[in-house]
Design a protein. Structure first.
Length: 431
């Protein structure tokens, strides 16, 4: 009996040792170590003068949602490793009868041998799942980068609106003081001063609202960057600088290479791998067993050899194969729909951006200079007694509305640029 148990125990010990080696944790890659170092607690956050490039790089390094997708990608390495493992052997011990004189003892070691390429199909499916996770991470990087760009320009334009509101309040205050002096001199009616004071109060309210919008935009930028609230007080840049529109050929190449479209295409490959696995599972596995039996009445140890295989009479995994096949067809249709939707949305955004660019250029070239000239002429004419204060208020209102329209168009243009980057996954930083 001892001669039988010693080889079986050695075989079991070998399997345990192989399992322990397979379960060892692999060393961290340099990229993972760099990522961990970048997200350490000792990171210094910019307090003022934040540039667009610094905002984007900080968001890509410290955004918590992006880190979550990175960990999800790394977890697929364990799935690939697990998919490549062979089934464990089974050690069995059975005894017939409880009396020592007539007791028969059997010891068996059985191993399931997978047929039909199941292990390679599992590994292929796990690898395709990891590829999908990698493209999901790339898609989220594009989302984070576009969100950081949009939030940055929201802050930048909010800063300009605060400057405009402060200037409007200064203009309204100077106008009210000028009207007050003319009322004192008896040249205009006191009603004009009342209107001037109302305009001054309105400008003060608009300044407070503009400051509140700036505070909200700063908080949104901090959230996208993954930095504490209040750590950013000022950004540095020019809202007037708009990137150039991509050409038709460049746009087509970027659509085909967008992470959203590539992820949809990778889903087709993953569905194909899942179908191959279900088809392989339709092939029955073989279980081979070796062992020994010791019977007292015989007085010697007898070898045992067993081979078993399921008979695929009813269950040939046909239902799972049909399900996987239809899921593959659904993934192909979804990839086609995703390409059409992506192309349509990007082209619409480009058309809207083209219209906004023309609007910005017209406001910058014609409307703003004309409105400012009209306001300056009305203000000087009022001081000389040629115009009434209503003419000044009307010219001032037109000038401020033109500037507001200009910044609104700038804001929408930058949002459209960020939306295009979000869908196309551009990795080039904008100036």
């Amino acid at each position: 009996m001892r001669r039988l148990l010693v080889p079986l125990a050695c075989a079991a010990l070998f399997q345990i040792q192989a399992f322990a080696q397979a379960g060892e944790t692999r060393p961290a890659t340099p990229e993972a170590a760099a990522s961990a170092a970048g997200s350490s607690a000792g990171t210094v956050y910019p307090q003022s003068g934040l540039t667009l490039d610094a905002a984007v790089q900080t968001a890509l390094r410290q955004n918590p949602l992006l880190r979550s997708f990175g960990y999800e990608l790394e977890s697929n390495d364990g799935a690939i490793r697990q998919a490549g493992l062979i089934p464990n052997p089974t050690l069995g011990l059975s005894t017939e009868d409880t009396r020592k004189a007539t007791r028969t003892t059997q010891v068996t070691l059985s191993q399931t041998i997978e047929l039909g390429g199941k292990r390679s199909a599992r590994v292929e499916l796990a690898q395709r799942t990891r590829d999908v996770a990698a493209l999901e991470l790339e898609t989220q990087r594009a989302e984070t980068r576009a969100g950081a760009i949009q939030a940055f320009f929201d802050v930048l334009i909010a800063q300009e609106r605060v400057k405009v509101a402060e200037e409007s309040q200064r203009i309204a205050t100077n106008g009210a003081d000028a009207v007050g002096r003319r009322v004192t001199a008896g040249k205009v009616s006191p009603t004009e001063e009342t209107r001037a004071r109302v305009a001054q109060s309105t400008a003060r309210i608009e300044q407070r609202l503009a400051q509140a919008d700036l505070t909200a935009a700063l908080k949104a930028l901090s959230a996208v960057m993954g930095v504490p609230q209040g750590s950013i007080s000022l950004v540095d840049g020019s809202p007037d600088a708009l990137p150039a529109l991509p050409g038709a050929e460049t746009l087509g190449n970027r659509i085909q290479g967008s992470p959203i479209l590539r992820r949809a295409q990778m889903e087709v490959q993953r569905a194909e791998a899942a179908f191959n696995l279900e088809r392989a599972r339709g092939v029955p596995d073989v279980t081979v067993g070796l062992g020994a039996q010791r019977a007292p009445d015989i007085g010697r140890t007898q070898p045992l050899i067993s081979v078993s295989i399921p008979i695929p009479l009813f269950d040939r995994n046909q239902g799972a194969q049909f399900q996987a096949l239809r899921k593959r067809d659904a993934a192909q249709a979804m990839a086609q729909a995703e390409e059409q939707r992506l192309r349509s949305e990007v082209l619409q955004a480009v058309d809207q951006l083209d219209a906004r660019t023309d609007e910005i250029e017209a406001l910058r070239r014609d409307v703003l200079p004309g409105a400012q000239t009209a306001y300056e002429a009305a203000r000087r004419g009022f001081e000389l007694g040629k115009f009434g204060f209503l003419d000044v208020l009307d010219a001032q209102r037109t000038f401020l509305q033109a500037r507001g329209q200009y910044f609104t168009a700038l804001s929408q243009a930058h949002r459209l640029f960020a939306e295009i980057d979000r869908r196309l996954g551009s990795a080039d930083a904008r100036p």
